[in-house]
Design a protein around this ligand. Structure first.
Ligand SMILES: C[C@H](O)[C@H](O)[C@@H](O)C(=O)CO
Ligand SMILES: [Mn+2]
Length: 428
């Protein structure tokens, strides 16, 4: 692929400017092209999925907005994803939830099998995309009182344990097919709206249930189990069983991947500061890159200071091989393909900005106690010509630069997705 003359000229000038501070732009772009972000399927249909009795989203999650064009079946979701991937530079992964199988004959959550995901596995092979996976512990009659794996009823607990076990088998099959581990992320919504009288027992039950789910060792080159904490959710404002401390301890003691979701902490608490701490004790982590706004944890990712800080931490710490970058946001008030494109391009742009930092100079100044130079260089970095390098990267990988991608989304919307009439999911 080639870039337009203006883009190429701007790139040359930008490369010279970066070279003057010791940064090799071509090397940075080569590193960026090897980073695969796991794009979450659930932005495409408001986390509804394709179960025969699909319910309105609930159990701690909410999507607002009624923008037309929600994907109503797997073919529509695949078509929307293909468009999104074509507007995002690089080769990326797809993160599927268990709700998204091909369920021609109804299967309850504890009955799902690899066959329900064969369509996705075949599609991913054709598209040369690797898959990640998630059990779905929400939007189900057995989750309607806010408890699943930590439920006090052993029958309900067992139902969800069986779901977790089924999902591990599916994830392992995906990993075996694609030749790299499918990360299988467990987010469990269980918690109380109001102050609990007993915080201990649900946590003991959750740990026992997870131990039962993970009892069978599976090849780690096929699948890796991840566990995701949360501070609070809708309906679990006072207490979430799977808190940060719970899962930090669980992941360390059971050798699991810890998932840090950027929207799952106190508003002034940032995951950028947690990465280097948790990687002291865990070989790998998963990130759910998201954007919290007040009580919502799932706004579309924008180019915020925290997004840049997350990527800086990954690059400055030398953690690119140990941090799996996934996305987690859902917005039904804007075009859903555009939401994917905006969020994923921002993540990659922030990674590029981090790869274009003069890390050695910054860390040398710091090691010498020269905090003046450290601050001066960090501030100068903010007006370096990142945009020229980003545009060149897009064009040279065959992806529109600037906001040109929006034209493709509008065309698709006019010709394809606007005609989708809505089939409202039943309300629980
Ligand atoms: C649908 C996702 O699994 C979910 O968003 C989870 O990852 C989460 O972050 C819940 O708040
Ligand atoms: Mn998440």
């Amino acid at each position: 692929m080639t870039s337009t003359p203006n883009c190429a000229a701007a790139f040359e000038l930008a490369s010279e400017q970066y070279a003057s501070i010791g940064v090799n732009v071509k090397a940075a772009l080569s590193m960026l092209s090897n980073i695969a972000v796991s794009v979450h399927c659930w932005q495409g249909d408001d986390v509804v999925g394709f179960e025969s009795d699909a319910r309105a989203l609930g159990d701690g999650l909410a999507v607002t907005g009624n923008y037309p064009g929600r994907a109503r079946n797997a073919d529509e979701l695949r078509s929307d994803l293909r468009l999104a991937y074509s507007l995002i530079p690089g080769k990326h992964r797809l993160n599927l939830h268990a709700l998204y199988g091909d369920f021609e004959t109804p299967a309850d959550r504890d009955e799902i099998e690899v066959s329900h995901f064969q369509g996705w596995i075949d599609w991913a092979r054709d598209q040369q995309i690797s898959l990640d996976f998630n059990p779905s512990f929400f939007s189900h009659r057995n989750a309607s009182d806010g408890f699943t794996l930590a439920h006090s009823d052993p029958g309900i607990r067992q139902f969800w344990i069986d779901h977790g076990i089924a999902c591990r088998k599916i994830a392992a099959a995906m990993g075996a097919e694609q030749g790299n581990p499918c990360i299988n992320n467990f987010w469990v919504p269980d918690g109380y709206k109001d102050t609990p009288a007993n915080r201990r027992q649900p946590r003991e039950r959750l740990a026992d249930s997870l131990d039962a789910v993970f009892a069978e060792p599976l090849a780690t080159d096929h699948t890796l189990d991840a566990v995701e904490c949360k501070l609070f959710g809708i309906g679990s404002e006072s207490y979430v069983v799977g808190s940060h401390e719970f899962y930090m301890g669980y992941a360390m003691s059971r050798n699991k991947v810890l998932c840090l979701d950027a929207g799952h902490f106190h508003p002034t608490e940032v995951i950028s500061d947690k990465i280097s701490s948790v990687l002291m004790y865990l070989p790998q982590i998963l990130l759910h890159v998201s954007r919290g706004v007040r009580w919502d944890s799932d706004h579309v990712v924008t180019f915020t200071d925290e997004l840049q800080a997350i990527m800086q931490e990954i690059v400055r710490g030398g953690y690119l091989q140990r941090v799996n970058i996934g996305l987690d946001f859902f917005d039904a008030s804007i075009n859903r393909v555009a939401a994917w494109v905006i969020g994923t391009r921002n993540v990659l742009k922030a990674l590029l900005a981090a790869l274009l930092e003069p890390v050695d100079l910054l860390q040398k100044a710091e090691a010498e106690g020269d905090y003046t130079t450290r601050l001066a260089l960090m501030e100068e970095q903010k007006t370096m010509p990142l945009g020229a390098v980003w545009d060149y990267y897009c064009e040279s990988t065959g992806v529109p630069s600037g906001s040109q991608w929006l034209t493709n989304v509008r065309h698709y919307e006019d010709s394809i997705s606007a005609d989708r009439s809505e089939i409202a999911p039943s309300i629980i």
